[in-house]
Design a protein around this ligand. Structure first.
Ligand code: NAD
Length: 376
């Protein structure tokens, strides 16, 4: 693991999620940029001290030299955005598979460079767009693909959070500090941090890509250097249109990612804060409520369900679903043979490039007087 020191946010979530199925063992890491924290993290996790490194270049150098049965199979990159490209590139060049946090990189050039490197090395790169891991999101995707709602016409995706409603970065909060710093986060603030999740979720469920956007990015909190609020109109390749709202200044909101999708015959509604319930809406007949874990769901949803109906599954299991699919890809990978990640239900480098294209286009659109800006 690169990043994920004791005081970090998402690294510990990855460790828990990766551990759920018992297929993955954490053996080494360069866990932190904070002096002494990598060592302390290794100690807390009972790792072999000789495999706890101060920097990730040291880690890859040392791991590369180990006998194949001992060295790492893959690396999880869970650092701030500006430290995604370096370790991911070094891992691929050292022959290791990669699972990396979103957004895939600091800018679009880095994302494209990783795309080339994945093609060249034939290694597996997974991207943790967590929300695609939920069983009912799988169900939503399967229902849309099966034509249950007819042709899709409308998508509303919202991602309101409230935790950046004040100048939290001014208090030294680590997570707020790098997210609002253009040198660490990239050209997007909220749009990169959570807008990319919302765009990815919409594209994943309806199976069609966003082609054009009309965006308004705001910086609401005085003194902040990047956007903390965004609203945009969307056009999709399949002819649907949509609305995407991503904000971190909706005071009082926690992590209220939610999506509504409507076709000719009906629609669906799913909320991340109540992830085991999905509402189906039908033209001319009553609404239905479907629940995770039930026998009536498609195999796509059942395959990603671990607990019986009524026993809540959530964030960690959704994350674990990404790890399980990634692990399957890594196990199936044959060195020297061309590898196709599309056979696995996990976001990859192409989604990463799309995410960075989305961020760049949103910033461009917001600064432009043109109504529509194409995602190129
Ligand atoms: P954080 O600030 O809590 O943790 C970052 C960690 O990386 C820290 O331990 C820090 O010391 C370490 N680090 C920084 N530079 C390093 C370096 N050069 N070498 C080794 N370690 C280094 O950040 P976070 O909130 O955990 O976010 C990390 C990444 O995860 C971000 O890209 C963020 O967008 C993403 N994220 C994704 C989700 C999701 O739902 N998929 C949720 C939260 C965060």
């Amino acid at each position: 693991m690169v990043g994920g020191g004791l005081t970090s946010f998402i690294g510990p979530v990855h460790r828990k999620a990766a551990g759920i199925d018992g297929e993955i063992e954490l053996v080494c890491g360069a866990f932190s940029i904070i002096p002494g924290e990598s060592k302390a993290t290794g100690e807390a996790l009972y790792l072999d001290p000789s495999r706890v490194y101060e920097t990730y270049p040291e880690m890859f150098e040392a791991e590369k030299k180990m006998p194949p049965e001992k060295r790492i199979d893959f690396v999880s990159v869970v650092t701030p955005n500006h430290v995604h490209y370096g370790p991911s590139k070094m891992a691929l060049e050292s022959g290791f598979h990669v699972i990396v946090e979103k957004p895939i990189s600091f800018n679009l050039d880095e994302a494209k460079s990783l795309q080339k490197l994945v093609a060249k090395t034939g290694l597996v790169l997974g991207l943790t767009h967590t929300y695609t891991g939920y069983p009912l999101v799988k169900e939503a995707k399967a229902m849309v693909a099966a034509g249950k709602f007819g042709k899709i016409r409308k998508v509303y995706v919202e991602y309101p959070q409230g935790w950046l409603s004040t100048l939290l970065e001014g208090t030294g909060n680590m997570q707020a500090s790098w997210r609002t710093d253009p040198k660490q986060s990239g050209m997007g603030g909220a749009i990169g941090d959570i807008g990319t999740h919302a765009a990815n979720l919409a594209e994943y469920i309806i199976g069609s890509e966003i082609t054009e956007i009309c965006a308004l990015l705001n910086t609401v909190v005085k003194g902040r250097l990047l956007d903390d609020d965004s609203s945009m109109l969307l056009k999709f390749a399949n002819g649907a249109t949509g609305v995407l709202l991503a904000t971190q200044v909706a005071a009082g909101e926690e992590n209220n990612l939610n999506i509504r999708v409507y076709g000719e015959k009906g629609g669906l509604e799913w909320k991340q804060e109540d992830p085991n319930t999905m509402i189906l809406k039908w033209l001319g007949r009553p609404k239905e409520i479907i629940r995770a874990g039930q026998a009536y769901l498609t195999d796509d949803a059942k395959r990603f369900t671990r607990t019986p109906a009524g026993h809540p599954e959530g964030y960690l299991e959704a994350f674990a679903n990404i790890y399980r699919e990634f692990t399957k890809a890594v196990r199936d990978h044959k060195p020297g043979k061309k590898f196709n990640l599309a056979k696995y239900d996990i976001p990859g480098v192409d989604d990463g490039v799309r995410g960075m294209t989305f961020v760049q286009t949103a910033v461009k659109s917001s600064g432009s007087t043109r109504k529509w800006t194409k995602l190129k």
